[in-house]
Design a protein around this ligand. Structure first.
Ligand SMILES: Cc1cc2nc3c(=O)[nH]c(=O)nc-3n(C[C@H](O)[C@H](O)[C@H](O)COP(=O)(O)OP(=O)(O)OC[C@H]3O[C@@H](n4cnc5c(N)ncnc54)[C@H](O)[C@@H]3O)c2cc1C
Length: 440
């Protein structure tokens, strides 16, 4: 794809636009020597787990190698979906009708849970239940969506309907898609503010949040664990690993077992310069969250203040910097919204999401250590929900089995957590998208 011109505004920054309002702060908390529950990873999953544990009378400590909220949780698109991806997968083939239904319902429950959390904790994060429009990349995708629309409405408990191309402009200011699906079970928020608000809620409830501490090893010791970090060791009765897409890097991993089960993938976003209100109204009537049905999907939205387009996607499956990926995203955006050809980019950034080999999020216990991970790039509600359910399990407070708990968690022989195959698989998916479109 030829990048369109001229993508970069004066003062362009490789910096999450969200951080202009809510950059994760530095903390000066000392590393304690003991913890009742040590939570590794200070994103939505870790913070939500900490909050629930505090509510149940426990004293958790959250440890993050960087800053609390620094990972995907303050960089994402802020689209809050109720497990639609899980609900619409090929679950039945693997798990049978009953269990597939339980898994889909357990996933969809993430949506009311995050809404309830934001309201209960009074988190100021620009949350709006705005709905989503998912554009169909081909006619066949439209037909496939139509097969699932009733199931999605049933599982989420909120309306979902097919929108033919003739009515698309009421949902999206573009003719780029072959119609699509409008689903009510989606909201929008400011991810940086949500991460900050969730951290503040956990702290208020009694959690200790420690940043700049990288966990290197977790070994059983007596009835608990000894945790080795780059700032010393601590002892904990229980441990939750919530490191998701950041589980492995050149400095190692807190859990080799978990890293072998996660496929980290860069997702990239650009923010445009401010646009006139009438342009934003035309592009985003109803101010919904937008995604599409491509294998290498695009997701885009108006910023919470309604002034900018935030456009995200998997611009590269190789190691690309945000500067390199930004013109690619810009060109894709212009294909959908040709009138943005001369609109410039003010910010570009990236972060890691975690996919799993079975396409499902997971919580569970391995060698006594709890984990919560694998949100397939849709973890705003889901990571919050997984963390909560992992906390209930740690505290022994779950009233019923959570359907995403303890499922078989596949890996592949020789896979250690470094997805060397992504350029190949990603390139193949991109080619399939092109061919599908040509045939559509
Ligand atoms: C660009 C982008 C766009 C996205 N858009 C959306 C969206 O619109 N909607 C949606 O639902 N989801 C979206 N997602 C996915 C969503 O952001 C994630 O699923 C969710 O934030 C995961 O939260 P988490 O707590 O599991 O992990 P993270 O927020 O990634 O936190 C993991 C933390 O673990 C820490 N860590 C790692 N290793 C160690 C160690 N050894 N010791 C201590 N700490 C460690 C890291 O520093 C990091 O802070 C997007 C993600 C990205 C990157």
């Amino acid at each position: 794809m030829t990048p369109s011109h001229p993508p970069f505004a004066d003062g362009f920054r490789v910096f999450p636009w969200w951080w202009e309002a809510a950059e994760p702060p530095d903390r000066e908390t000392p590393l304690p020597e003991v913890a009742q529950v040590a939570i590794i990873g200070g994103g939505y999953a870790g913070l939500s787990a900490a909050l629930t544990l505090c509510r149940l009378g426990h004293k958790p400590v959250v440890l993050d190698a960087e800053r609390i909220g620094w990972g995907a949780s303050s960089r994402n698109g802020g689209m809050v979906s109720g497990g639609l991806k899980v609900a619409s997968g090929t679950l039945e083939k693997t798990y049978g009708k009953e269990e597939a239904r339980r898994i889909a319902l357990a996933s969809a429950a993430s949506f009311p849970f995050i809404e309830e959390t934001i309201a209960r904790e009074g988190i100021d994060c620009d949350y709006v239940r705005c709905g989503r429009y998912a554009g169909a990349w081909t006619r066949a995708h439209y037909e496939a969506m139509a097969q699932k629309v009733d199931w999605i409405a049933e599982v989420t408990g909120l309306p979902a309907e097919m929108i033919p191309k003739s009515r698309q402009r009421a949902y999206l200011g573009s003719d780029h898609y072959f119609g699509g699906m409008a689903a009510a079970a989606t909201g929008s928020l400011h991810p940086g503010k949500y991460a900050r608000g969730l951290a503040a809620a956990a702290e208020r409830a009694g959690a200790a949040l420690v940043d700049g501490v990288r966990v290197q090893r977790i070994v059983p010791e007596g009835s608990g664990f000894r945790i080795t970090t780059d700032r010393g060791t601590l002892r904990a009765d229980a441990v939750l690993v919530a490191t998701n897409g950041y589980s492995l890097n050149s400095q190692g991993t807190a859990s080799p077992w978990l890293a072998r089960r996660l496929i980290p993938l860069n997702s990239y976003i650009i923010a445009t310069e401010e646009l006139p209100p009438e342009t934003m109204d035309r592009l985003f009537p109803g101010r919904r969250m937008i995604s599409d049905s491509k294998r290498v999907l695009n997701y885009f939205r108006p910023s919470p203040d309604g002034k900018r387009v935030l456009w995200g996607g998997r611009a590269s499956f190789r190691k690309a910097t945000p500067e390199q990926s930004a013109p690619v995203l810009h060109a894709t955006m212009v294909e959908c919204f040709p009138e943005l050809r001369d609109t410039r980019i003010t910010h570009a950034w990236t972060g890691f999401v975690a996919f799993t080999f079975d396409g499902l999020p997971h919580i569970g216990v391995q060698d006594g250590v709890h984990y919560a991970a694998g949100c397939q790039g849709s973890g705003v509600a889901m990571a919050t929900w997984l963390g909560h359910n992992a906390a209930l399990k740690i505290a022994g407070a779950a009233n019923e089995r959570f359907a995403l708990d303890g499922l078989p968690f596949p890996t592949r022989p020789t896979y250690t957590g470094n997805p060397w195959f992504l350029p190949l698989v990603g390139g193949w998916y991109q080619l399939r998208d092109k061919l599908d479109r040509m045939a559509a």
